[in-house]
Ligand binder design. Structure first.
Ligand SMILES: *[C@@H]1O[C@H](CO)[C@@H](O)[C@H](O)[C@H]1NC(C)=O
Ligand SMILES: *[C@@H]1O[C@H](CO)[C@@H](O)[C@H](O)[C@H]1NC(C)=O
Ligand SMILES: *[C@@H]1O[C@H](CO)[C@@H](O)[C@H](O)[C@H]1NC(C)=O
Ligand SMILES: *[C@@H]1O[C@H](CO)[C@@H](O)[C@H](O)[C@H]1NC(C)=O
Ligand SMILES: *[C@@H]1O[C@H](CO)[C@@H](O)[C@H](O)[C@H]1NC(C)=O
Ligand SMILES: *[C@@H]1O[C@H](CO)[C@@H](O)[C@H](O)[C@H]1NC(C)=O
Ligand SMILES: *[C@@H]1O[C@H](CO)[C@@H](O)[C@H](O)[C@H]1NC(C)=O
Ligand SMILES: *[C@@H]1O[C@H](CO)[C@@H](O)[C@H](O)[C@H]1NC(C)=O
Ligand SMILES: *[C@@H]1O[C@H](CO)[C@@H](O)[C@H](O)[C@H]1NC(C)=O
Ligand SMILES: *[C@@H]1O[C@H](CO)[C@@H](O)[C@H](O)[C@H]1NC(C)=O
Ligand SMILES: *[C@@H]1O[C@H](CO)[C@@H](O)[C@H](O)[C@H]1NC(C)=O
Ligand SMILES: *[C@@H]1O[C@H](CO)[C@@H](O)[C@H](O)[C@H]1NC(C)=O
Length: 627
């Protein structure tokens, strides 16, 4: 629910004028610098062919803004076999961290879960990763071997079409260059969330030998959500490094639960990259007493979770049987109930097949040969995206199902959404105005799109829910002028750093309090109410923060901003978050003043902000207004 309504709305706004461009677009590195450590390439370092050697082993590449796609390299000079480690990051400073700004924690995605990958270069020519890297502006290539490698080109084969905001049907140009750049932040964040059907391939490769699982945090079987006290058995054959399996995972918002087990192989030199961290996962650790060669051999692995105990056997030899209470961290004990899943650490790759699960009475409750299946995975720019950034077709269909679900939680007495059953609504009280106005806006968008494409069924459902709400007018249609002005009159008391606090409950003297561009997305209401001063303050502080530093400017809108105007959650911050894109439509609708009166700009008004922003001229879409 958290992002559902808000992100949908933004996706709709941009997607309604957007045609995803054909695939096969390449993002090429714009600048490169070669040296002994990561370093930002300056304006005098445009991309050119470069060579890595023992003395200059590191190239830093800058793509100018966030991109997504399959890493592709063209090598046209090689002195002998080589290995390279490639690291990706949204912020430059991520390149200085051991795991960059990864791995992804929440969902396995149809992408590499790691912001790192190693390649074995054995000849000249073009080679590509097997995985999409979902988000980065920066990249480093580090040579691991004593050899010489010359790179002709380094690029990403785009997984999101051609993201060229300048070519979108919607445009914004004004005499203030900062406003023009701010407009592009939301446009780029939303464009990077659009993709063509079929462009995101499964990370699990399924064939007759089994399912090859590589470099991804576990993907869980949704149909095993209610398993408790069960035996899981499967065959595994390590191709490189090892694998992860997990049990006791509980699905839910941001669930991170589950017992994680990593079984590394014994790292034979012919399969092992030079940068493999053998401290993190010591070789054959849980089988030290067993002492076998792992890679390339099938093992049947049995995991039993019963009455607080976890036991693992390999080809019928028990490796351990431990009490889970000896391992628990934090306040609560480890649950033995929940789904299971399979994954693999960075650069690990393993075949899984013949999976069975039995309950405590040895009754078979799950069976999957893993030779004919599809990945239960999702798309994620940075993280915590499950279903709602699908392409437009999927988005529309997903809202359609979400509407049914939301209908179940409408109170008959108040006509409002009421999530008290769940105890949480992410945004404010469980039956409060935040979730209700957000859902009104989502339903209105849904009904408008459904009406435009003549889908009566999809139109009627949200329409009916809207009709149950009391008076609907304003940006979301939920507050009248008096109410909006009364709410805005509290703003001065909420001012903090470059923006406004979410609520008075957020302490103004707490240095870790973050500013949410999503919440500060009431910006259009300020403009609607002709409150130029606070609107200008937000544009020139909260949104300018996203442009201010070369290291953290992703060209897209951010998730959180801290009081020092940096990314609010450090490396963990998503710096291409469509929920921070309100300034984009605020500039079009209230500074250029071009607003639709009916869906899709069938009819429209032009009502530019003549005063308060010191602008000489502003152009929106193809209309130019001289102020
Ligand atoms: C994509 O580019 C490759 C290499 O340039 C080319 O072989 C292929 O036909 C292109 N595919 C499409 C769908 O345009
Ligand atoms: C890029 O990816 C598309 C599919 O997303 C594929 O059709 C195309 O061949 C790829 N192009 C190159 C040059 O690898
Ligand atoms: C690297 O390779 C060169 C040429 O083969 C050799 O002369 C040099 O000693 C090697 N250096 C190291 C550190 O291995
Ligand atoms: C889990 O729930 C499904 C219905 O969703 C039911 O068919 C199945 O028997 C349950 N399995 C177990 C092990 O409780
Ligand atoms: C790299 O490729 C070569 C040639 O195929 C192979 O002999 C070598 O074992 C590979 N190294 C790794 C670490 O995979
Ligand atoms: C390997 O992993 C260990 C444990 O996480 C860590 O302390 C160490 O710094 C890592 N080594 C390298 C070279 O990354
Ligand atoms: C483990 O058992 C399987 C049969 O389930 C057998 O095919 C395999 O060779 C055994 N692995 C080893 C290393 O003994
Ligand atoms: C799957 O494993 C079971 C043993 O648990 C074995 O009886 C069965 O033959 C295996 N099936 C396949 C297709 O390998
Ligand atoms: C196992 O069998 C017993 C006796 O038939 C039954 O009471 C119990 O519910 C069964 N347990 C499961 C998990 O099916
Ligand atoms: C694979 O799954 C599909 C869809 O469930 C089914 O139609 C097909 O027969 C299966 N193929 C095999 C070899 O089991
Ligand atoms: C609201 O009323 C309908 C019947 O009109 C009923 O089906 C539904 O369960 C009621 N909803 C709630 C939350 O009580
Ligand atoms: C606005 O809403 C308030 C209820 O909060 C109501 O008292 C007032 O009459 C409304 N004003 C208009 C102009 O509709």
């Amino acid at each position: 629910m958290k992002f559902l309504s808000v992100d949908f709305v933004l996706t709709f706004l941009v997607a309604s004028g957007y045609h995803a461009t054909a695939s096969n677009h390449s993002f090429n590195a714009e600048r490169v610098v070669v040296g002994t450590s990561p370093s930002i390439p300056g304006p005098s370092s445009p991309y050119r062919e470069f060579t890595l050697t023992l003395l200059s082993p590191i190239a830093t590449l800058d793509y100018g803004a966030d991109v997504a796609g399959v890493p592709t390299f063209e090598v046209d000079g090689l002195s002998g076999p080589a290995q390279i480690e490639v690291k990706y990051s949204e912020q430059f400073t991520g390149l200085l961290e051991p795991f960059s700004d990864g791995p992804s924690l929440f969902v396995s995605s149809l992408a590499n879960s790691f912001q790192l990958g190693t390649f074995n270069i054995t000849g000249l020519g073009r080679f590509s990763s097997d995985f999409i890297q979902g988000r980065q502006r920066w990249q480093i290539i580090r040579l691991l071997t004593n050899s010489t490698v010359r790179f002709r080109s380094v690029s990403f084969n785009s997984s999101v079409g051609a993201v060229q905001t300048k070519n979108l049907p919607g445009t914004f140009q004004s005499s203030n260059p900062l406003y023009n750049q701010i407009w592009e932040l939301g446009a780029r964040a939303a464009s990077l969330a659009c993709f063509d059907a079929g462009s995101q391939e499964s990370t699990w490769k399924v064939d007759r030998a089994g399912t090859l699982v590589s470099s991804s945090i576990p993907s869980y079987s949704g149909s095993t959500y209610n398993f408790t006290d069960y035996d899981l058995e499967f065959d595994a054959k390590i191709v490189r490094g090892g694998f992860i399996w997990s049990m006791g995972y509980n699905f839910g918002i941001r669930s991170k639960g589950g017992i994680l087990l990593n079984l590394p192989g014994n790292y034979p030199v012919e399969f092992t990259f030079l940068n493999t961290n053998k401290t993190l996962f010591p070789p054959s650790t849980i089988t030290l007493a067993y002492g076998v060669n792992f890679e390339g051999v099938w093992y049947r692995i049995s995991t039993i979770v019963r009455s607080g105990y976890l036991a693992v056997s390999l080809n019928q030899t028990q490796l351990f049987n431990v009490s889970l209470s000896d391992y628990y961290e934090g306040g609560s004990s480890i649950s033995s109930s929940g789904a299971f899943g399979f994954g693999a650490w960075q650069d690990q790759s393993t075949y899984i097949r013949n999976v069975t699960a039995r309950d405590s009475n040895t009754t078979l409750i799950y069976q999957n040969s893993m030779t004919n299946t599809t990945t239960p995975a999702s798309i994620a720019p940075k993280r915590d995206r499950l279903v709602w950034l699908g392409d437009f077709v999927h988005t529309k269909r997903i809202i359609d199902s979400a509407v049914d679900w939301l209908a179940l939680y409408h109170s008959n007495s108040t006509g409002l959404l009421d999530f008290s059953l769940f105890g949480t609504a992410f945004l404010g009280p469980t039956a409060g105005s935040a979730i209700n106005t957000a859902s009104v806006e989502a339903f209105q968008g849904m009904a408008s799109v459904a009406a435009a494409v003549g889908d009566t069924q999809s139109y009627n459902k949200p329409r009916e829910l809207l009709d149950r709400r009391p008076r609907l007018r304003h940006t979301s249609g939920s507050a009248n002028n008096t109410q909006a002005r009364r709410a805005l009159s509290h703003l001065p008391s909420l001012k903090l750093g470059p923006g406004y606090r979410d609520s008075t409950k957020v302490l103004s003297f707490d240095p870790s309090a973050n500013l949410s561009p999503n919440t500060n997305g009431f910006l259009p209401v300020l403009l609607q109410q002709k409150q130029a001063a606070p609107a200008g303050f937000l544009l020139e502080n909260l949104w300018v923060a996203m442009l201010a530093s070369q290291s953290s400017n992703s060209g897209a809108s951010w998730e959180y901003v801290n009081q020092q105007s940096g990314p609010g959650l450090g490396q963990f911050t998503s710096v291409r978050h469509p929920w921070g894109g309100a300034a984009t439509y605020a500039l079009t609708n209230y500074i250029a003043g071009i607003r639709p009166l009916s869906f899709g700009y069938g009819t429209w008004v032009v009502d530019p902000a003549y005063v308060g922003f010191a602008l000489d001229h502003v152009t929106g879409f193809l209309l130019r207004t001289v102020i």
